[in-house]
Design a protein around this ligand. Structure first.
Ligand SMILES: Cc1ncc(COP(=O)(O)O)c(C=O)c1O
Length: 288
């Protein structure tokens, strides 16, 4: 692991953070998970735009702006040196007194971690993962807007914990109205009769960059794809369900609440989109 911290890049074990950082104390900050594929950073301008909007939404000024973040990401990825990597770009509120008041924090802190990531057991990726609907709900936008990619991920942590305790690989979160929002850190798609459906952001989904890529690929492939509110019934009745995310990439879901989705082990649309995604990646990557 390599870490960009305080203007230098160090080995993971050497990276140190003051305990007064409000990212640690209150989850006050924003982040991005970014992939390097074949020595190219996938959709870097989109990740920078999203972290910029998240920062603005919580009133966090990024030192040096997005140009500084771009430089940090590229330098960290180059120092890591592997053709494939997972980058975690973080901007915290910085150091401050005990107490939540962010106005007492004078300088936001930028960090970038480069490492590997694996969200699900390798052997599950072909067959599909097991997912359960958890009791934890996605909060409403007026409580904590799920479109802000903040460091406050306890909602996802608790959802994932419940899923793991119940023997599943992943959690599906509903919103307060019982509509499907997303998985703990991935967006959800349902395929029915060759048509793709994914919940709109107002139902509690993050505007995923992999999600946007799949919608773009589907349009180019002539697959009918649109945002639509979904319920548990829609997923159980689907031919296929799959998840998308920077960490997850495109992963089929084999079961929901123990029920097999579609025909066991058959994910033709998901498979086709994954192949298209592999071809799409180089066209949208910033070379290192
Ligand atoms: C809550 C949540 N939803 C969805 C996603 C997927 O978004 P992306 O494809 O941009 O990684 C993430 C990614 O980390 C996430 O944290």
């Amino acid at each position: 692991m390599k870490v960009w911290i305080g203007g230098e890049i160090v080995d993971g074990a050497e990276a140190r953070l003051p305990v007064t950082d409000h990212g640690l104390l209150y989850g006050d900050g924003v982040f991005e998970g970014i992939r390097v594929y074949g020595r190219g950073v996938f959709r870097l301008p989109d990740h920078l735009r999203r972290i910029g909007v998240s920062a603005r939404a919580i009133g966090l000024e990024i030192p040096g702006g997005l140009a500084a973040l771009e430089k940090v990401v590229l330098e960290t990825a180059r120092a890591y040196g592997e053709p494939e990597a997972y980058l975690r770009l973080i901007v915290t509120r910085g150091d401050g007194a005990l107490g939540v008041d962010p106005t007492l924090c004078t300088r936001p802190r930028i960090l970038c971690i480069a490492d590997r990531v694996r969200l699900y057991p390798e052997e599950k990726l072909g067959r599909g993962i097991d997912m359960v609907i958890v009791s934890v709900r996605r909060p409403a936008a007026d409580a904590l807007d799920p479109r802000v990619k903040s460091l406050n991920y306890l909602n996802s942590v608790l959802a994932k914990r419940e899923a793991r305790l119940r023997g599943a690989d992943e959690a599906l979160l509903l919103n307060a109205q019982g509509r499907v929002a997303e998985a703990s850190v991935a967006n959800v798609f349902a395929v029915e009769g060759g048509r793709l459906r994914t919940p709109p952001l107002v139902d509690g989904a993050l505007g995923g960059i992999t999600r946007a890529s799949v919608l773009e690929i589907a349009a180019a492939e002539g697959i009918d794809a649109r945002e639509e509110s979904l319920g548990r019934f829609d997923l159980l009745g689907a031919d296929e369900v799959f998840l998308t995310g920077t960490g997850a990439r495109i992963v089929p879901v084999a079961t929901l609440d123990g029920e097999v989705i579609g025909e066991a082990g058959a994910h033709p649309v998901c498979g086709r989109l994954s192949e298209c995604f592999d071809r799409f990646v180089p066209s949208r990557s910033v070379p290192l």
